[in-house]
Design a protein around this ligand. Structure first.
Ligand code: FAD
Length: 382
């Protein structure tokens, strides 16, 4: 087996590392303190052809492949979680749905501007009473002549209220099939659609510069042609797109864990107690050894899921495993890294405190880890 990245993959990774160091890290603390959405950063990422790395050239992307993307994502994630998560929602769940299920016309109208970074992608599934249980959604769409009329609300939706947002892809019910089962369908709702209100931003414990909001649809009218994919297949489509998102969340988790580990290693070498650096204590060394081991395992399963996708092989199982293992690694490593920082780690002055807050949601978003374990159990034949 060859674990080396190709020259092109390394070039993308290096570019993202430099970009994170020079453009993201110096400003990340300020964005996270004020909650300001870093619009200018995404404009610069568009100039670097980063907003369509999973999209073919014919639709405005750079088609770098999933392995290159996870390598790049690790670097962006080390720069800042809010930037990484916004990029993730745009690239995976917000853009790939158009690639998989859009008509040629929809790809030209919606996917091309997304891939060029002229617009930011978003994906709305979750509702107040339907998170893990996606079948429980209540948002309804009814065809009225040449328009769909949508009523309902979505919660916790990322990327819809920024200056770069164009709107959102949502899942709604569209009646019942002959057996009386709910039919689910996906729709593209532009932000200026009549009857569409973008609610206020949530105050979160982490991911402070990520735009996450409630969405309200009151007799919201969109053209008939904004149905994405086939009527009745929306849930299946959403679940397929989420598989790509899970690889991406795994890569974000690897980046966060790696950054937390590096901070902890440095601090343990610098901090002197009892006349020697704290890293000379076996108790600290074992923590660091476990952190490094878990990070490497997380990275390997994430790369494997990405490689399977790039080679058109089934990857849903590995994507769920990678998301679960890597996100739990991120939480554990951030906690241990903060412990190694002692009281300093509990202050805003030290970056590890932000990583600690940002890590937790990685086990919740894009399907909780309990749901991932249900997916894994099903796929291994339970
Ligand atoms: C910052 C942020 C950004 C988000 N962005 C988006 C977005 O862009 N688009 C979008 O659609 N959603 C988004 N979400 C929503 C996210 O996907 C949901 O929060 C997540 O799927 C869980 O749903 P829930 O919060 O309703 O929890 P619930 O489904 O109510 O789950 C609560 C707990 O019960 C557990 N649980 C539920 N069912 C079972 C079961 N059968 N067996 C065992 N345990 C179970 C869960 O694992 C969890 O621990 C975002 C959430 C956050 C916090």
């Amino acid at each position: 087996m060859d674990f080396k990245l190709t020259e092109e993959q390394n070039m993308l990774k290096d570019m993202c590392r430099n970009f994170a160091q020079n453009e993201i890290m110096p400003n990340a603390d300020a964005w996270n303190k004020t909650g300001e959405f870093p619009t200018a950063i995404f404009k610069k990422m568009a100039e670097l052809d980063l907003m369509g790395v999973l999209i073919p050239e014919e639709y405005g992307g750079s088609n770098a492949g999933t392995v290159a993307f996870v390598a790049a994502m690790e670097e962006i994630s080390k720069g800042d979680q809010s930037v990484a998560v916004t990029w993730n929602a745009h690239l995976t769940i917000g853009s790939v749905a158009f690639l998989y299920f859009g008509t040629e016309e929809q790809k030209k109208k919606f996917l091309v501007p997304l891939a060029k970074g002229e617009a930011l992608g978003a994906f709305g599934l979750t509702e107040a009473n339907a998170g893990s249980d996606a079948r429980g959604i209540k948002t309804k769409a009814v065809l009225d002549g040449n328009e769909w009329v949508i009523n309902g609300t979505k919660c916790f939706i990322t990327n819809v209220g920024t200056p770069l947002s164009y709107g959102v892809i949502i899942l709604a019910t569209t009646g019942e099939d002959q057996k009386g089962n709910k039919k689910f369908s996906a729709f593209v709702v532009p932000k200026d659609a009549k009857g569409f209100t973008i609610g206020k931003r949530y105050e979160k414990i982490g991911w402070h510069a990520v735009d996450t909001r409630e969405l309200i649809f009151e007799d919201c009218r969109i053209p008939k042609g904004n149905l994405l994919g086939k009527e009745g297949e929306g849930l299946k489509q959403f679940l397929e797109v989420l598989d790509v998102g899970r690889i991406s969340i795994a890569a974000i988790s690897v980046g966060l864990a790696q950054k937390a580990f590096e901070l902890a290693l440095y601090h343990s070498q610098e901090r002197v107690q009892f006349g020697k650096p704290i890293c000379k204590n076996q108790a600290i060394q074992f923590k660091l050894a476990d952190m490094a081991t878990r990070i490497e395992i997380s990275r390997l399963i994430t790369y494997k899921a990405a490689w399977l996708r790039d080679n058109n092989l089934p990857y849903a199982l590995e994507a769920a495993m990678a998301k679960t293992y890597a996100s739990e690694t991120a939480v554990r490593v951030a906690e241990e890294a903060l412990q190694i920082h002692g009281g300093y780690g509990y202050t805003e002055e030290y970056l590890i405190s932000r990583l600690y807050r940002d890590s937790k949601v990685l086990t919740i978003g894009e399907g909780t880890n309990e749901i991932q374990r249900m997916v894994i159990a099903k796929l291994i034949g339970c």
